[in-house]
Structures are given as structure tokens and as C-alpha cells.
Design a protein around this ligand. Structure first.
Ligand code: PAF
Length: 283
């Protein structure tokens, strides 16, 4: 496994592989890797000749400077995990390498970016589009792999690829959960033991709501989830929305969409967590 820090080194390496006719995958990450990332990399390795994993904590997607400062940075451990799961190249640039000058590009993914994370974290998806497009230019992958935990991000990246005509296949991969159900996230390491216990309410409630939804209206299902979260001390709900999985717009009845997904964001103490659950997918 090669670890490179500059776009020039990366290009030289990847041009060599491309000249040999090898397919190239990109798994973009912000490091602090866990088994969720490992599953993306394993899939990329299985489906491509060469797998590049980028490890870069992207400053432009953080609307909260403290969140950026506290974001876990664990490159050494990340490389050990990536070696184990068969990554070929790790691209771990410094901020100046990716942003030699301010990126003033603004993107619009309306209406996808106007709701949920887009509404709660102004500028977040613009920053994600800035860095992911830069990574796409730097790597020129055939395929890129993203987790479905960031459900809205995945929809926005697909839209960016469409708008910018990148010839890249976007592969969405299922959420990986801890044995007790908590969705894996780099932020989980920041939870205290007590917060970690409380955070279990999220997945437990979402899974319980799948059963509840069978005999109840969408409004009652939404209220069921909101009530369970609000009743748990230490959890502060930011939103729970049941949306159409393609347009990301809220629906008000089960009959409104063939693809209904419940998306949640909340604070567990000071740590912001997201998760989602698919109620129906007839695509
Ligand atoms: O999902 C993430 O970890 C980040 O948003 C991404 C896609 C690596 C861009 O920084």
C-alpha cells in the first residue's frame, strides 16, 4: 500500500495503473476509520483493480469550527486498517494541497440541499461538493463509494455527478451498525460511556418504528420516533423527517412515495449524530 500526500504523486501513480488498463475506485473519507469505512473499502477492492482511499478532514464542510477542531485524526491507525482490508493507495493531503487558494465555487443542488442537513448546517454540502469534486479531478476514478448513513450526502453527490457530467459510477453502500445497533460513525468515539448508552435509543427507536409503521399513519410514526427521542434525557432532537428517498422532500402519507426513508439528526450531549431507516423501497 502506498501513502501519498500530493496530487502530483497521486497522478503519476494512477496514470501508471490506468496505462495498464486497470480500473480505479475511490473511497473518500475524513479518516478516524471504523468498520463502516472498512466495508466500503472491501467492496471497492472486490469490484476494482485499484482502490484509492482519501483521508482528509475537509475544513470547508464544517460550519462549526469546534467540530472541525475536535474531529478525530488517526492517520496511523487508519493506514493499519486500510492495509488490512486491501487498499492500494492512501491519499492523505494537507489542507494547503487541496486548497492552495480559497475555493469560491458555489453549488446548487436544489431542492435536495435545502432540507435536513442542508437546512441545519449552512454551507455543509457546498463544502462537500468542493472537496469531492476536487478528489474526483485528482483521482479520476471509475467508481466512487459512499455510505448510506449519510443518505442526503449520497443523493447530493449523485446530483453533482449528473450536473458536472463526471463519468463516475457512484456506489451507495448499506449502513454498518455496531452489534447493539448504533450506526457506526467516527463521532461515536467522542461519546462518553453514558452518552453511548443513551445513543442506543436512536437505532432502537428507528427499528421499533418499522413495526409501528405497519399499522399506523405516517404522522403517528413520526410522532412515535420524536416522542421516544424527546423522552430520553441527554438526547436533543434536531429533526426527524420521513422523506421521498429520491427528492428528499417530506411526505405526509405513506401513499405519497414508493421510497420512504426516515432521516434523523440529534445531539447526544455535545455530539451530533445522524441515522436513517428505509420504510419502503419499491424502486
Ligand atoms: O462522508 C464523509 O466522510 C465526507 O463528507 C466526505 C465524503 C469524505 C467528504 O469530505
Amino acid at each position: 500500500m502506498k501513502v501519498v500526500a500530493t496530487k502530483a504523486e497521486l497522478k503519476e501513480l494512477l496514470d501508471g495503473f490506468r496505462n495498464e488498463g486497470k480500473s480505479i475506485a475511490l473511497v473518500p473519507t475524513m479518516g478516524a476509520l471504523h468498520q463502516g469505512h472498512a466495508s466500503l473499502v472491501r467492496r471497492a477492492v472486490a469490484e476494482n483493480d485499484i482502490t484509492v482511499v482519501s483521508v482528509f478532514v475537509n475544513p470547508t464542510q464544517f460550519n462549526d469550527k469546534n467540530d472541525l477542531k475536535n474531529y478525530p485524526r488517526t492517520l496511523k491507525a487508519d493506514c493499519a486498517l486500510l492495509e488490512q482490508v486491501g487498499a492500494d493507495v492512501v491519499f492523505a493531503p494537507a489542507v494547503e494541497e487541496m486548497y492552495p487558494e480559497e475555493d469560491t465555487r458555489t453549488f446548487s443542488f436544489a431542492p435536495l440541499d435545502a432540507v435536513m442537513e442542508g437546512a441545519c448546517r449552512p454551507g455543509h454540502f457546498n463544502g462537500v461538493a468542493q472537496i469531492v469534486s476536487k478528489l474526483f479531478y485528482a483521482v479520476e476514478p471509475d467508481r466512487a463509494y459512499f455510505g448510506e448513513k449519510d443518505f442526503q450526502q449520497l443523493a447530493i453527490i449523485r446530483e453533482m455527478v449528473r450536473q458536472m457530467e463526471f463519468a463516475i459510477e457512484i456506489v451507495g453502500c448499506p449502513i454498518v451498525r455496531e452489534n447493539d445497533g448504533l450506526a457506526m460513525s467516527s463521532r461515536n468515539t467522542l461519546l462518553t460511556a453514558d452518552e453511548r448508552e443513551r445513543a442506543l435509543t436512536i437505532s432502537r427507536t428507528l427499528f421499533a418504528s418499522l413495526d409501528f409503521a405497519k399499522d399506523n399513519s405516517l404522522a403517528d410514526t413520526k410522532a412515535f420516533v420524536e416522542g421516544a427521542i424527546n423522552d430520553t434525557p441527554g438526547l436533543e432532537l434536531e429533526y426527524y423527517q420521513i422523506v421521498d428517498g429520491n427528492t428528499l422532500q417530506e411526505i405526509s402519507q405513506w401513499g405519497d412515495s414508493d421510497y420512504a426513508v426516515g432521516c434523523i439528526a440529534l445531539f447526544c450531549g455535545k455530539i451530533r449524530l445522524i441515522d436513517n431507516i428505509v420504510y419502503k423501497n419499491k424502486k
